[in-house]
Design a protein around this ligand. Structure first.
Ligand code: PEP
Ligand code: MG
Length: 596
């Protein structure tokens, strides 16, 4: 019975100490699985599980790489000039010895066989283990041999890179050997997070991070439980520890007792049943009790997310975070054709529904290259449209690619982080230039493509006439709007408790934006995380919001809330909330809204 087999088995053997960690909840649900610790270096290679029948092929891929490096070292040795310093020959000898040591030549092969890791991951897991042992050696000379081991590993990884391909990955779940893995790391970048799309990764725990950091947002989009800001988790939790993540409470229980485990399994099953029930709403239009139709859109990171958006019954894509096409590529910018193919893929996948492509929002916690972060305060630095206007060629290339995709369906362009009129005007001028170039080259595009602004800087929300005059639609980025209004870094867990969507200043800015859009007769959406929070659905409806954009996984729960909402009752209560400047009054009144 596959269902039984995919269920994680509780380990037999001596009891291990159980402990609980508290952090910041990021993604709902309960995950039960084994801890897989990721050292920072390990994030530089791909991580996936190989299917049972491919394990021996993966073992042989690593064996071949080890043999190739042996040969490489042999050639180096043979070609040493006669007058080369003797240390050089000794250095090659040491590397050859390391390579032949069973700790390198055999242990990683066992990891592939036992854990089904891909070759690169298996090798790095073993290297991390050895490095930790070397760190404890007192003798300085011996301790420094760690660097040699790492250099040898780098050689092998380089060879493996050339044979990366090819072997089908495990589809997770069905395989008796398939572990259900919970990734534990000090931190994971948003780009690295994307590589854990394999179904065998069932949860994430990190030491640092905020609820609306981009890493957290990607975890939510993967629809698996996650908790961040778990200070010390990556040092307290051991490899292969059994873990429960309670994504609702932001709690991680390590090595739980059988009783606790059983309780969580029951909760997990109840949640799965509720989720299944929600599927029935897939085709139901999102209409309030009093007959107001609401548009529910999806946020996506990559075109591959579109099937999930369609599956959830989204009316279109409200936010395609295009920067994910640019990240994790060592600053190599995707070409116009490459981008065009990706945008077109999303447009075609959405089958005529609108796709809102946000132009490059690089910077802050989404650097092009992790190692190139130099800004003193990146969230206030050369981010998003500021970066694009400073790099007009990159911007123009992207605009051309987006416009070309508009020939294949309904596309809207969304510009992030606008604050100044000249930024709007320059963006529009660049779009006009991209159109003129395409026209000149007889390349098809939709001349009527709508252009909208993200309202995510308080200055923008306070200068709305400047925007509604120039733009076709607005989309409120509440994640950044909260960050910049309250002066809280959304990535910094030490100030995470101050990050409050219900702060009266935040509510005023959102409400003003919705009202200004209505007055000007242009659409206003919310595409920040507030749009997918069912506890806030009625408040946003009461403020007049009619377009919500969120991760596909949240869409049906929000729809259910809309179907049960009556605007005639919600509106007066919302007006009361908007008149208050008292956090407690607001919080209580928002709770009351749920009961109406
Ligand atoms: C936002 O700021 O709310 C938003 C949707 O954009 P991002 O989270 O990508 O910054
Ligand atoms: Mg933003």
């Amino acid at each position: 019975m596959p269902a039984e087999r995919s269920r994680p088995r509780f380990p037999a053997g001596p009891p291990v100490a159980s402990f609980t960690l508290h952090g910041i909840p990021v993604s709902r649900g309960i995950a039960i699985g084994r801890a897989h610790l990721l050292a920072p270096a390990a994030l530089d290679v791909k991580h996936y599980l190989v299917a049972e029948e491919q394990v021996e092929a993966e073992v042989s891929r690593l064996q071949q790489a080890l043999a190739a490096v042996h040969k490489e070292l042999q050639t180096l040795w043979n070609e040493l000039p006669k007058d080369a310093p003797t240390e050089l020959g000794a250095f090659i000898d040491v590397h050859a010895l390391i390579l032949s040591d069973p700790m390198i030549s055999e242990a990683p092969l066992d990891i592939i066989r036992q854990r089904h890791y891909n070759a690169e991951w298996a090798l790095l897991t073993q290297i991390d283990e050895l490095s930790a042992q070397f760190d404890e050696i007192e003798d300085l000379y011996l301790r420094e041999r760690k660097a040699d081991i790492q250099q040898v590993a780098e050689r092998v990884l380089k060879v493996l890179l050339g044979t990366e391909q090819m072997l089908p990955k495990s589809d997770g779940g069905e395989d008796e050997f398939q572990p259900q893995m919970i990734v534990v790391a000090h931190d994971i970048s948003p780009a690295d997070m994307l590589q854990f799309r394999d179904r065998s990764f069932i949860g994430f725990v990190t030491d640092v991070g905020g609820q609306n950091s981009h890493t957290a947002i990607v975890a939510r989009s993967l629809d698996i439980p996650a908790a961040v800001g778990m200070s010390g988790a990556s040092t307290l939790i051991d490899q292969d520890d059994w873990l429960i993540i309670d994504g609702e409470a932001g709690v991680v229980i390590a090595n739980p007792s059988a009783l606790v485990l059983e309780q969580y399994r029951e909760r997990q099953q109840a949640a799965a049943r509720a989720k299944k029930k929600l599927q029935k709403l897939k085709k139901t239009p999102a209409i309030t009790k009093d007959g107001t139709e609401i548009t529910l859109l999806a946020n996506i990171e990559l075109p591959d997310d579109c099937p999930a958006a369609m599956e959830a019954g989204a009316n279109g894509v409200g936010l395609f975070r295009s920067e994910f096409l640019f990240m994790g590529r060592n600053s190599k910018i995707p070409s116009e054709d490459e981008q065009f193919e990706q945008y077109k893929k999303a447009v075609v996948a959405m089958k005529g529904r609108p796709v809102t492509i946000r132009t490059l929002d690089i910077g802050a916690d989404k650097p092009l290259d992790q190692s190139e972060q130099t800004a003193l305060n990146p969230a206030l630095g050369l981010r998003a449209i500021r970066y694009c206007l400073a790099e007009p060629q990159i911007f123009l290339t992207q605009l051309r690619a987006i416009l070309r995709a508009s020939a294949f369906g309904k596309v809207r362009i969304l510009i992030p982080m606008l604050a100044h009129a000249f930024e709007i005007d320059q963006s529009l001028a660049m779009i006009a230039q991209a159109k003129a170039e395409l026209r000149e080259q007889n390349i098809k595009f939709d001349d009527g493509v709508d252009v909208g602004a993200m309202i995510e800087i308080p200055a923008a929300a306070l200068a709305l006439p400047m925007f509604v005059k120039r733009m076709d639609f607005l989309s409120i980025g509440t994640n950044d709007l909260i960050q910049y209004t309250l002066a809280i870094d959304r990535v910094d867990y030490e100030v995470a408790h101050l990050y409050n969507p219900l702060h009266p200043a935040v509510l005023q800015l959102i409400s003003m934006t919705i009202a200004a859009g209505h007055k000007a007769g242009i659409d206003v959406a919310v595409c920040g995380e507030m749009a997918g929070d069912v506890k806030l659905t009625r408040l946003l409806l009461g403020m007049g919001l009619r377009e919500f954009s969120m991760h596909p996984a949240q869409l049906l729960s929000v729809k259910q809330e809309i179907l049960n909402s009556d605007l005639a009752r919600i509106m007066p209560q919302t007006r009361k909330i908007m008149r208050s400047m008292e956090p407690n009054v607001i919080a209580d009144a928002v709770e009351q809204l749920q009961l109406m």
